[in-house]
Design a protein. Sequence first.
Lengths: 245, 432
Amino acid sequence: MNQTWIILGASSAIARAFCRELAERGDAMVLAGRRKDDLDATATDLKARGASAVDVVLFDARDPSSFDAVIDTVDGVEGLISAAVFVGSMPTQEAIDADPTLIDGTVFDSFTGPAHFLTQLAPKMEERGGGTIVGVGSVAGDRGRLGNYVYGAAKAGFATYLQGLRNRMGREGVHVMTVKPGPVDTPMTFGMDDLPFMAQPETVARDIMRGVERKRNVIYTAKIWWVIMMVIRSIPEAIFKKLSI
Amino acid sequence: MRTSTKTYSGWGRVKRATGHVARPEKPDEIDITAPAIGNCRSYGDASLNTDGTAIDTTWMDRILHFDAKTGQVTVEAGMQIGALARIFAGRGWIPAVMPGTGFATIGGCIAHDVHGKNHHIHGSFGQHVVKLTLLQNGVRKTVSPKSNKELFAATVGGLGQTGVIVQAVLQLMPCAGDVMMVTEQRADGWDEFVALLDASVATYTVGWIDATATGDTLGRGILEEAELGRGIVPDSKQAKSVPFNAPNFALSAPIVKLFNAAYFRRVPERGRTSVKPIGDFFFPLDKIHDWNRLYGKRGFHQFQCVVPVERAPALREMLRMIAASGLASPLAVLKRMGAGSAGMMSFPMDGYTLAVDFPNKDGAEPLIRTLIDKTAEIGGRVYLAKDALATGDQIKPMYPNHAKWIKAVTKADPDGAMETDIIRRLNLRTPL
Ligand SMILES: Cc1cc2nc3c(=O)[nH]c(=O)nc-3n(C[C@H](O)[C@H](O)[C@H](O)COP(=O)(O)OP(=O)(O)OC[C@H]3O[C@@H](n4cnc5c(N)ncnc54)[C@H](O)[C@@H]3O)c2cc1C
C-alpha cells in the first residue's frame, strides 16, 4: 500500500533523488524545507513522475516553532506515515575554530533539531502502528577526526539518538533506519578535490530504498564505507590520535 | 557560482578539455556568461571549452509542468530524454524524437536538432519544441518559432551559441503503450538494403550495416522496423558498466569481422518479429554504461554523413573504402532520412545517412578526412555532433544557412562568450 512520507530537508540532493524513487512507487510526500518556491517546483516534478500527492511546508531545523505545521499535515492522512531526515550542515573545521558559535548551528541542524522533531512525531507514528523513519547521519560520526569533529560529534549524537528511537519504536511496529553515507556528489561537495569513494545521490537513494524494504537497522553507502569505517574504528586511540585521516 | 577544475572529454574520448565547470541546480544560480553543456554525449568537441568555463546543466532536470490533455511538457534543459520517455510512455505520451542514447539532455537534443529512427516521418527534435527559454547574459528570453523565428532557428541546431537553454516546452506524441514490436530482416548486400529501406512503411526504422563485409556481401546488414504498442514485457536488466579501458586487440580487424558475421546470422534468414521494452529498442547501447571505454585509451571516432538520395551509389563507394580499410568497429548504421529540420545549422536532409564508428587506430583519421571530402563532393553533410576532425573549409559549404546563422549568433552573443572548442576548431562563427 502507498504511504505518505515526510521529507525533512527536501531540497538536498539526496532527498531529491530519494523522492524520485518514492514518486515512481506512487507514494505521497510532504516536502519540508526552507525554500518554498524551490520546493513548489520540486513538488510539480514529483507529481509528474508519479507521486500520488505532494504537499509543501516551510520547515527550519533551527526553529522548533515550524515543526507543528509539518506534523499537522499528516493528521488527516490515511494509511501509514513515514519520515526521512536529510537535514544537516557542515561548516569546515577551520571556520568553526575561527568562530566557535558555529557549533551551535551545526548541532541544531544535524542533531537536536531533527531529534526534537522526531520525538514530537513519534507518538503519531506509534498510534498508526507502522511506518519507517530514515535518519541520515554520516560516516563522520563513527570516529572523531581532525578534519571535521564537530560535524562528526553532531552526527554521532544523532546516530545514538536513532539507536534509542529504534529500540523504542520497534515495539510498536515502526522501523528506524540509520543511514551513514560517505562523501556524496552534491552541490555541497562539488569542487572539493579528491574525495574518496564518492557516491552519486541516485546510488545513495537506491541504497536507502533497498534498506527500507529489507528493514535494515544501519546502512553504509557507498557500501565500501562499512569496511573502511570498521577498520578506522578499530585503530587504537593511542595510534589514532597521531594520524590525520 | 562555484566552479571545479576538470578534465573532461567528448563521448569519443579523443577530444579532451581542461577547464572550469559550474554545475547549477537551479537556473537562477547561473551568474556567469559561459556556454552550456549537457551530458557530453557528443562524440567530438561540441561539449568542450578548453581553458574556459562550461555550465554543466545536468543537475537542472525537473519537470516543471505537464498538461495531460495536450501532451505538452515543460522541462528544465538538463532532463534526460530517456527519463522523459520512461516517465510518460506508460501514460500514453512519448517524446516525438529520440536519439540513440537516452542519456542525451533536452538542451543537447535541441542544440544539435537531433534525429531519431522515425526521422523520415516525424522530422527532427526541434520541430516538436513549442518554445524554449534562453538565458543570455543573465537575461531570460522566451523564444518560439512564432515569436522569434530567427533566434529560434539559430538556437535549434545552434551548438549553444545563442545562450543557455534553461527550459523548453515539448509537444509529446501520443502512443499506444510502452512496448515495441520489432521486425528484423536480413539484407544480403547494398542494393537489397537500399531497396528495403526505400520500401519500408514502418514508423521506426534503423539498419545495422556490416562495415567489414566486402565483395558480394558489401553493404549487407539487418533492417529493424518497429511500431509502438501495448503489452507487457519483463523489465530489461540493470545497466552494467565497463570498469576498465579495453586492450587494443579487442577491436582488431579479424575479431570485428567474426563478430559481425555472427551478429548478421543471429537473425534467421527469413527474419523475425519480437517484442521489447522501449528502452531496449531506442537506446540499445545504454545498457552498458561507459561503453566508450571499450575502445581503450586512444578513444574512437564516429563518422556520420547524409547524402542526397540520388547519390546513393557514391555512398556505396564510401562504404567500400571503409570495408577495404578494415578499420571499422561493429557499430555502423544506415538509414533513410527525411527532409525535416528546424534550425539553420541542422544536420538532417532528404537522403541516406551512414554512421560508422572507428577505433582511433593509425589510419582511421586520414580515412575519415577522405570520407569528409567525399561527402562534400557529392553535396552531402557531416554531422557536427559526431565530428572531431573536419576543417571549417570542409564544413561551411555543407550548411546552406551558415551565413544567416552567423548573423543571428553574432547578434545574440556579440563577444563570442559562448564559443566552444568545436566553434574554434571550425572557425564556425566567421564566414567561409
Ligand atoms: C550512443 C549514442 C547514440 C546517438 N544517437 C544519435 C541519433 O540517433 N541521432 C542524433 O541526432 N544524435 C545521436 N547522438 C548524438 C547525441 O544525441 C547528441 O550529441 C546530443 O547533443 C547529446 O546531448 P548531450 O546532452 O550529451 O549534449 P552535449 O554533448 O553535452 O552538448 C551538445 C551540444 O549542445 C549544447 N548544449 C547542451 N546543453 C545545452 C543547453 N542547455 N543550452 C544550450 N546549449 C546546450 C552544447 O554546447 C553542445 O554544443 C548519439 C550519441 C550517442 C553517444
